[in-house]
Ligand binder design. Structure first.
Ligand code: SF4
Length: 411
C-alpha cells in the first residue's frame, strides 16, 4: 500500500447518521439468530446491553469464536459483539450457547437490545450508577411483546451524568442532570421531560413505545426516531410527566477512558483499546481471568474493573502483551476501520491490514488525525464527529480532508 496524502481536517457529515428519508423496507440488522451472510461466512451480532458482561459470559463468547467462528470477537460502536466466519449450520449451536449463558433472554427481542451505558458507571464518576437502569430497561424491553417490533437500529443511551454516551445518537436516552433529576433525551435533544432516578426507566420505556406509536401514526417503517418528521417533539407530546426548560446536551465523546482509573472504592479499573475492535479469543479469555465483570465501550475498548492495587501492574502487563492498548497517546485510539476484505464483498482492499500497517509503520495519513478506513464509499462503522475518511478506490486510497476530497493515490 502506498501512503495516502492529506492536508486538512475533515468536515464531512458522519456516514450513517439518521437521514430524514422514508424507509422502503424493514431493517435487516443482523442478530445472534438472524445472521447476515458476508463474504467470509455468516456474521452474528450479539447484543450486550450496557456492554456489561460477566467473566463467565465472556468465556462462552471466546469459546464460540474459537469453535464456531474465525477466532475473534468484533467490538461494535454500540458496545455489542460480532462473530464472523460462521458456517451456516453454526447459528443454532451459537444460539444454544448464548441462551445458556444468559445472553439471549428473548429470541423475539434479541436484535433490539441496543443499550449504551456510561463507561465506569457505578465505579468512578457520574451522578449515579446506571447499571440497574441497564438491567431494568432491558428487562422491560424484553417483557413487552410489542417492542419486538422495534428496528434493529434503535438505540437507547443511559448516561450517568458524565456525558459520555448521550451524544452517541440514541433514539431514546436518559441523562442524569444531578443525583435526583434525570432528563429524557430524544434523538439527541433534551425533550424537557424529567424523572427521578427511580422513575427514569419507566419513562424511557414509555418513550420507546411512543416511538412505535408515532411511527405507526405516520404510516412508515422508519428505523430511527430522527427519521420521523418532527419525531422527537411528537413523541414527547405523547408522554406525561414534569417538564423543564431543555438544556444543551454534551457532544459525542471521541474516546472513552484509557489507562488506569482509581475507583471510588479505592480499587482500580484498567481501560484498554482493542485495535480495530478485533478482540481475539485469547484476549477475551485473559480479560475474563482478570475480573468478574468487564464492560465493553462504544469506543471499541474494554474496561477491567475492581482490581486490587497489588494486581494492577501485572494485569496491565498482560493486557499490553496481548495487544490491548492502555496508552492514551497511542495512534490506535484515532484509527477505526470497516470490515473490508475478506469479510465484505464490496471492499476494494484489506483495509484493516492496511490501516494496521500504517499505524505500525508510522505512516498514517492526515498527520495521524482521527480517521476511518473503509473499503468503499459506504464507510460502515464511521464514528461520529470530525473524522478523516480514508476510502479505498480502484486507484488507491482517497483521503477526504475537508469538503474537497483529495484525488486517490495509487495502491
Ligand atoms: S464500508 Fe464498504 S467495504 Fe466496508 S464493510 Fe461497509 S460495505 Fe463493506
Amino acid at each position: 500500500m502506498s501512503s495516502p496524502a492529506t492536508s486538512s481536517p475533515a468536515t464531512s457529515p458522519p456516514a450513517g447518521s439518521a437521514a430524514a428519508v422514508p424507509r422502503g423496507r424493514v431493517d435487516a440488522c443482523p442478530g445472534a439468530l438472524q445472521t447476515h451472510t458476508a463474504a467470509d461466512g455468516e456474521l452474528a451480532r450479539v447484543r450486550v446491553p450496557g456492554g456489561l458482561l460477566t467473566s463467565a459470559q465472556l468465556r462462552v463468547l471466546a469459546a464460540a469464536a474459537r469453535d464456531l467462528g474465525d477466532g475473534a470477537l468484533e467490538l461494535t460502536s454500540r458496545g455489542n459483539l460480532q462473530l464472523r466466519g460462521l458456517a451456516p449450520e453454526a447459528a443454532p449451536e451459537l444460539g444454544r450457547r448464548l441462551a445458556a449463558a444468559g445472553l439471549l433472554p428473548s429470541e423475539s427481542h434479541e436484535r433490539v437490545r441496543n443499550v449504551l451505558a456510561s463507561a465506569l458507571t457505578g465505579r468512578s464518576g457520574g451522578h449515579l450508577d446506571v447499571r440497574p437502569w441497564v438491567a431494568a430497561f432491558d428487562a422491560g424491553l424484553c417483557a413487552d411483546p410489542a417492542l419486538a417490533a422495534l428496528p434493529g437500529r434503535f438505540l437507547a443511551t443511559l448516561d450517568d451524568g458524565r456525558g459520555d454516551v448521550t451524544g452517541l445518537g440514541g433514539d431514546v436516552g436518559l441523562l442524569a442532570l444531578d443525583p435526583d433529576t434525570v432528563a429524557l433525551t430524544l434523538a439527541g435533544v433534551d425533550s424537557g421531560l424529567r424523572a427521578t432516578p427511580a422513575d427514569a426507566v419507566d419513562l424511557a420505556l414509555a418513550a420507546t413505545r411512543a416511538f412505535l406509536a408515532e411511527r405507526a401514526a405516520q404510516g412508515g417503517t422508519a428505523w430511527r426516531l430522527a427519521e420521523l418528521p418532527d419525531g422527537p417533539a411528537r413523541v414527547a407530546a405523547r408522554l406525561p410527566g414534569p417538564r423543564a426548560a431543555p438544556v444543551p446536551l454534551p457532544p459525542a465523546a471521541v474516546t472513552g477512558p484509557v489507562g488506569a482509573e482509581v475507583q471510588a472504592d479505592g480499587r482500580t479499573a484498567l481501560a484498554g483499546v482493542v485495535p480495530l475492535g478485533r478482540l481475539t479469543a485469547a484476549q477475551a479469555d485473559l480479560l475474563a481471568s482478570l475480573a468478574d465483570e468487564v464492560q465493553l465501550t462504544p469506543w471499541r475498548s474494554v474496561v477491567v474493573p475492581d482490581l486490587d492495587e497489588h494486581r494492577v501492574d501485572d494485569a496491565a502487563v498482560d493486557l499490553h502483551r496481548t495487544g490491548v492498548v492502555l496508552d492514551a497517546d497511542s495512534p490506535w485510539l484515532r484509527v477505526t476501520a470497516c470490515a473490508g476484505r475478506p469479510g465484505c464483498a464490496r471492499s476494494l482492499a484489506d483495509v484493516r491490514a492496511d490501516a494496521a500497517t500504517a499505524v505500525t509503520s508510522g505512516a498514517l495519513p492526515a498527520g495521524g488525525a482521527r480517521q476511518h478506513w473503509a473499503g468503499c464509499e459506504r464507510r460502515c462503522g464511521r464514528p461520529r464527529g470530525d473524522v478523516v475518511d480514508v476510502v479505498a478506490t480502484p486507484a488507491g486510497y482517497r483521503v477526504n480532508c475537508g469538503r474537497t476530497p483529495l484525488p486517490p493515490t495509487p495502491r
